[in-house]
Every structure is written in C-alpha cells, then in structure tokens.
Design a protein around this ligand. Structure first.
Ligand SMILES: *Cc1c(COP(=O)(O)O)cnc(C)c1O
Length: 457
C-alpha cells in the first residue's frame, strides 16, 4: 500500500484504506451484515492482550473482525428504520472533529469549533424558517434533542405557575400534563421519563397517525395547569405530519408549550413544495431533529431548537468556577452533555456543501424517490401501499401478514435492498424509509425490481 501519511502514522493509512474500500463498495455490496455478533466476537482476541499491539495492527485486526458484521446503511437501497447516508463533506468534517479532538463545550476554550457550530445553528434556523435567535444545541440524536427541548418546556410551564423546577425539583410541584398523539415516537416517552414527567396522555390519531386536533382541544379544556403538547413532524410509518396550525392555536389559547419531534420530518420546512404539510410548524416553541437522518450527516448528530433561548439555558446550562465562561451561553448550555464532541461541525459542512438549493433538492429528492417506489409497488400484483405517501416513508402490505413476512424475508436474504418490517394499523407491513441522498431513479428501479423478484419467489 502506498502511504498517504507521514511514516509515523501507518494506522491512519490502514484506517483510510479500509474506509475507502467500505465507502466505495457501498452501492454494490450486499446490504445486510454477513456475520453475527457472536461471529464478530470470535474474530476478536478473547482476552485483553498482556501487552499492547502496534496501532496499525490494532486497526487491521479491528477491520477484519468488524467489517463482516457491518450493515451497508449508506447503500442507496437501504430503507430500514429511518437512517440516512453520509454526504461527502459531512463525513470528511466528522473525521476532522476526531483529529482535532476539541472539547466543544466552551466558546472561550475552543473558539474555532464554537464558531462553526454557531454558524451551523444560524444556517439551520434560516433554511428551516425557524425564529432567528432560537437556542440551538447539537445533541447525540433526536432522543437527546427531545429531552433537551422538553427540559426547557418543563421549566417554563412550571415557572408560569410560580414554581422553579431548576431550584426546587419536581417534588411538590404542580402536576405537568403532557399531551401527545397516539402515534408519537417512543423517544418522546423516553425523554419524558428522564424528566420525571411519566408517560404522556395520549390523544387520538387518524388513519395516517396524525393527532386529532378536535380531540386535543377537548383534552386541553380538561385541565388548566401547566401543560406541554408534544407533536410530531414525520410519522415513522406514514411520514405524516400533525395538523400544526389548529393545534398550535389551541395550545396557545391554553398557555401550553408546544414541542415538535421532527427527527426526520422537520426538514420538510426547507422545501417550498412541502409547505402545506408544515403550515404552523414554525410557530411551535421547540423542535427536535436529527442531522444523521434526512440531512445525511454521519452518526451521530441531533439538533435541539428552543425559541426561548433563556428557557433552554435555565434548564440545561451549567456554571462552575474552574470552567472558562463568558456572558454568552456556551454550546454545553443547550444539551445534556458538558464535555462534548463538536457535532455541529459536520452539520455545517453538510449545509455548506448543499447550499440552500441543495437542501431543498435533498428533501424533495427523498420524497420523489419515496413516491416513485410507492408507484412502482402499486404496479405489482397484490401489493397495497397502505399510507398516503406525502413524505419519505412507504408502508406496503402484500395480501396477508404471512405473505408480507415472506416477501420481507426473501428481500433480506437476497440483500439487494434493505427495508424493515413493522406492524402498523393492525397489519404487518414492509417499510421503505427513503433517507439517503443517493437514492435516485435508477436505484428506485432496482428496488422495485427486487420486490418483484421476491414476489415471484
Ligand atoms: C429516529 C427518531 C427518533 C429518535 O431519534 P434518535 O436519533 O434515534 O435518538 C425520534 N423521533 C422520530 C420520529 C424518529 O424517527
């Protein structure tokens, strides 16, 4: 192998060669992992070596053991769960974040990455049309972002009753009621659990999983204490969006905080074409999203956006004499972590490489591909697309639950496409989540062809 690096960094040569081989093979390699956890474990040394190995040997051994157990999530025909690919600039920036090894928590300590993250936050608000001046935190994912936003919400709705939860905790506080749609994502429940708020009270959803605005109005009328309404932009099965406009209006009238879990759906705000789906979304109080899904930043990266910046800092901020802090809130004041990787840097690189038109094209391209997959599936015998394909998610049923499971199993064995299975609205479905920037018309054709082969058996 020809060395790309100074002779004293052979481990980087080994790593970059393995990375390039992986990246360049993504489009054609079988998508599922070929080794199980047990097989990958067996390929690793059983015991901690008594004395250390050379770095290049460590990386060689690591690649040999782990690679067969990797799933080609970056494949343009990977549709499992909701997982995005990686834009080239975002991946390269992410490598630099590791090489620079900045603790990105404090502005005065690591101004270079703090500046890039501030810029990324401002660009995000701009491209999504969210209020300038909102607090933006770069967290590990949408779960941590939901937690961050809901921490701000909890503090603020209690403060309105005269209760300081940051000082006095929840014991003895007025009950905080949280209302969420029946089809909210489970990470919202997780975030509420971390916050000591318990499970949300569920509001009925319609056949696309959208929260029912009328039912929410009734629920809001039943309690006049501190209330949070947790909405969803992008249902993992249907891709649907809650009816933000009427809900935000009703919530405002009830003095409730409106939070939106937009892990992959928040990006619809960038697309003029999708404006009808997101009417009223920008009027909420807080928004959680992922960068590692729709934006195609490598794992991991989430974004917590809170319109009332001070509410976020009160909930999540920290002060200590030994730190280096000025008057401006620090990156760690918007997320749960203190020491933190500069996750906003690959976000900045993704946005810079796309530009405004590129972000729009990315989002519209995912929707186009999802709609093309749905159209292709509808053309096959005994296939029913069970959701209205308004965004990036397609759910299909193949006549019976047994038949659906059989088709999925055949697709997974063949390895050309990788959707995932689920149960939605009482029946088994195969979910195609289009989340990769490389899924174009040719990939859609290969996808539909693979399903046709699986149908023939
Ligand atoms: C993926 C997802 C989450 C959780 O996000 P993580 O990045 O896995 O923490 C929350 N809500 C929705 C709608 C999602 O799709």
């Amino acid at each position: 192998m020809t060395s790309r690096f100074a002779a004293d960094h052979p481990e980087l040569d080994v790593a970059i060669a393995a990375a390039l081989r992986w990246i360049d093979g993504l489009a054609e390699r079988p998508i599922p992992a070929t080794a199980t956890v047990e097989q990958a474990r067996a390929a690793l040394p059983a015991a901690l070596p008594a004395s250390g190995l050379r770095p290049e040997q460590v990386i060689t051994d690591l690649v040999a053991a782990a690679e067969p157990g990797l799933m080609a999530i970056g494949s343009p025909r990977f549709y499992g769960w909701v997982m995005g690919g990686s834009l080239p600039a975002a991946l390269a920036a992410d490598w630099l974040v590791s090489a620079w090894d900045q603790n990105g928590g404090m502005r005065l300590a690591t101004p270079g990455v703090a500046a890039v993250e501030e810029a990324a936050g401002e660009w995000l608000l701009d491209v999504l049309g969210l209020p300038a001046g909102s607090g933006v935190g770069f967290a590990t994912g949408a779960t941590a972002a939901n937690f961050s936003c809901l921490a701000a919400a909890r503090g603020q709705v209690l403060r309105r009753t005269g209760w300081d939860v940051e000082r006095d905790g929840l014991t003895g506080a007025p009950r905080v009621r949280v209302l969420a749609g029946a089809e909210r994502h489970s990470s919202v429940d997780l975030a509420l659990r971390y916050l000591g708020l318990g499970a949300p009270e569920l509001v009925a959803a319609d056949d696309q999983g959208r929260l029912d605005a009328g039912a929410l109005r009734v629920a809001l009328g039943a309690y006049d204490g501190p209330t949070i309404v947790a909405l969803q932009a992008g249902n993992v099965h249907s891709g649907s969006f809650d009816p933000f406009e009427p809900v935000v209006e009703a919530a405002r009238a009830a003095d409730a905080w409106v939070h939106v879990d937009g892990a992959f759906g928040l990006w619809a705000l960038a697309s003029p074409r999708l404006a009808p789906l997101v009417a009223g979304l920008a009027e909420a109080d807080s928004w959680a999203s992922d960068a590692h899904k729709t934006l195609n930043v490598p794992y991991d990266g989430g974004v917590a956006i809170v319109a009332d910046r001070d509410a976020a800092v009160r909930a999540l901020g920290a002060r200590a004499a030994y730190l280096l802090q000025g008057a401006t809130p620090d990156p760690f004041d918007f997320v749960p972590e203190m020491s933190r990787r500069a996750r906003g840097v690959p976000v900045w690189a993704a946005l810079a490489s796309l530009g405004r038109s590129g972000v729009i094209a990315l989002v519209d391209g995912l929707v186009d591909a999802a709609q093309a997959i749905a159209a292709g599936l509808r053309g096959l015998p005994d296939v029913e697309v069970v959701n209205d394909v308004v965004y990036t998610q397609v759910c299909a049923s193949f006549g019976s639950d047994e038949r659906t499971d059989e088709v999925l199993a055949r697709l997974l064995v063949e390895g050309e496409v990788r959707p995932s299975g689920s149960v939605w609205a009482g029946r088994h479905v195969i979910r195609f989540s289009v989340s990769n920037h490389r899924t174009d018309a040719a990939q859609v054709r290969r996808t539909v062809d693979a399903v046709e082969r699986a149908l023939r058996g």
